[in-house]
Design a protein around this ligand. Structure first.
Ligand SMILES: Nc1ncnc2c1ncn2[C@@H]1O[C@H](COP(=O)(O)OP(=O)(O)O)[C@@H](O)[C@H]1O
Ligand SMILES: O=P(O)(O)OC[C@H]1O[C@](O)(COP(=O)(O)O)[C@@H](O)[C@@H]1O
Ligand SMILES: [Mg+2]
Length: 451
């Protein structure tokens, strides 16, 4: 999809007429290698060839509005009641973002009232809208020391008009939605319903995904903490497999449609022999198939370590009638078949038939990787995203997500965040690194199946 400058402009509620409490600090600031001034923009693309292809002057190249404080803001902070909601699957750092929002709103902007909606967007329905948490600096002081979200989260559909009614009834004029593709979809619909009613309510998204599969954002917050935890399970399984005759270590990791966790966790330990992700189909049978490859590893090295993303090989499950076609969860997300179970069974059967005596060590850490606290790096990232989100809201941006893009914090129109899914590119350098690390580079890629 080719994007133009106009596709990247974010919506404003109106002219910024109020002096920001940060205006004095901003007065002398200009763009530098470490700061992007409020009037400046950040390029979408970053290679000479991609930029040259546009044949446009720099100011017309596709670019994002820089995030950060503005000298003039839209809302009078004294009149603001903010709302915060966390939706979808858990992710390390949710509490850090909540804490950062509350601290920035109260300390820098002196906002007096912040309402936390409970259990995701369900908290914005008529039934639950009054059961909220008053968020104060005291209430959030220590919440980053725990994983999960103090607000709770949920999946499942809600009516946009009903949610707008809730915002009106609770006097919310700035809503922060921390969520994934589903949450950003819902927030986009909510913002559209607000616009259709001509209301003065800002909706700002902080994109969240453990799978790192939202586009127009560098690695998503919490991802680093999650894959670090996943890497520990790879180490455990490697130790077990290496200590067993004909040892087979298998770790199944989250990643419904994108194999980023599997790739990064594998690279972090560099102990995997085979990495299987949804983006790269593979065959079980045949000389170049997975089973033959596993057998070769076991015969030559004595054991094998396989990291598999949960969304990999779903076609193989479907072929065997092990997939409930079209099944979805309450939010409409695809329900997957158990690729880990299929690998365990077929590898055991194949090696046994080949005269080996496999010992299989299978770990499915599942929720254990996303319920951890954010590491120090992610905590900093979450705090800075929260600061950017508050500045965006106070400056009257709406239907806007705050993200880090090429190491700068920028504003992205929310619909772009849900325009497609970020996936591991089989022709890209991340997958190349995985092939290098697993010793597959330079060989014909044996796990790739022509389709
Ligand atoms: N296409 C959609 N349109 C509107 N709302 C959606 C859509 N997909 C999901 N939602 C809502 O957003 C919330 C979070 O979505 P979900 O997919 O569970 O998690 P995530 O935000 O992590 O992707 C749920 O309450 C869900 O009903
Ligand atoms: O069991 P749940 O809560 O539906 O969550 C499981 C799924 O959510 C995911 O973590 C994706 O969610 P996010 O990208 O929104 O964080 C998948 O990897 C995983 O299969
Ligand atoms: Mg999602």
């Amino acid at each position: 999809m080719t994007l133009h400058l106009d596709d990247l402009r974010v919506r404003h509620l109106g002219e910024c007429r109020h002096d920001s409490p940060l205006s004095a600090m901003l007065a002398a600031k200009r763009t530098s290698p470490h700061y992007v001034a409020e009037g400046d923009r950040v390029l979408l693309e970053d290679t000479v060839s991609m930029l040259a292809e546009h044949g446009l002057p720099p100011e017309d190249l596709p670019s994002f509005e820089a995030a950060g404080p503005r000298r003039k803001i839209y809302f009078d902070p004294a009149q603001v009641t903010a709302g915060i909601v966390t939706c979808g699957g858990l992710c390390p750092g949710l509490n850090d973002v909540i804490r950062g929002l509350v601290q920035e709103l109260t300390v820098q902007y002196d906002v007096k009232r912040i309402v936390g909606f409970r259990n995701g967007l369900r908290g914005l329905t008529a039934r639950h809208r009054d059961d909220t948490i008053e968020l104060t600096p005291d209430r959030v002081r220590d919440i980053h020391n725990a994983g999960g979200t103090i607000l709770g989260s949920s999946r499942g559909a809600q009516d946009a008009e009903e949610m707008v009614d809730s915002l009106l009834l609770r006097g919310i004029n700035v809503l922060f939605v921390i969520g994934g593709d589903g949450g950003m979809n819902a927030a986009t619909n909510l913002a559209a319903a607000i616009r259709a009613r001509g209301l003065d309510i800002a909706v700002i998204g902080v994109p969240k995904t453990i799978d790192n599969d939202l586009p127009y954002t560098d690695q998503s917050f919490g991802f680093q903490s999650a894959f670090a935890q996943a890497a520990n399970f790879i180490s455990s399984v490697s130790i077990e497999a290496a200590a067993s005759p004909d040892g087979i270590g298998i770790v199944k990791l989250m990643g419904r449609h994108s194999g980023f966790i599997a790739c990064y966790a594998s690279l972090a330990r560099n102990a995997a022999d085979i990495v299987l992700i949804p983006e790269v189909p593979f065959a079980l049978e045949g000389e170049d198939g997975l089973l033959a490859r596993v057998e070769r590893h076991v015969r030559s090295k004595g054991f094998v370590v396989i990291v598999v993303a949960e969304g990999a090989g779903q076609d193989l499950l479907a072929e065997r009638g092990l997939l409930e076609g079209g099944a979805t969860d309450a939010s409409g997300n695809a329900k997957l078949g158990d690729i880990g179970g299929l690998l365990r069974e077929t590898i055991t059967a194949h090696l046994t038939a080949a005269g080996l005596a496999p010992t299989v060590r299978y770990i499915d850490p599942s929720y254990a990787i996303r319920s951890v606290t954010a590491n120090a790096y992610d905590s900093v990232y979450c705090l800075r995203l929260a600061h950017a989100a508050v500045h965006a809201a106070m400056a009257g941006r709406t239907e806007t997500a705050v993200v880090r893009w090429r190491r700068r914090f920028v504003h992205v129109p929310m619909p772009l965040i849900i325009s497609h899914r970020n996936q591991v590119d089989p022709d890209g350098d991340l997958w190349m690194s995985v092939l290098e690390a697993t010793g597959h580079l330079g060989q014909q890629q044996p796990l790739l199946v022509e389709r």
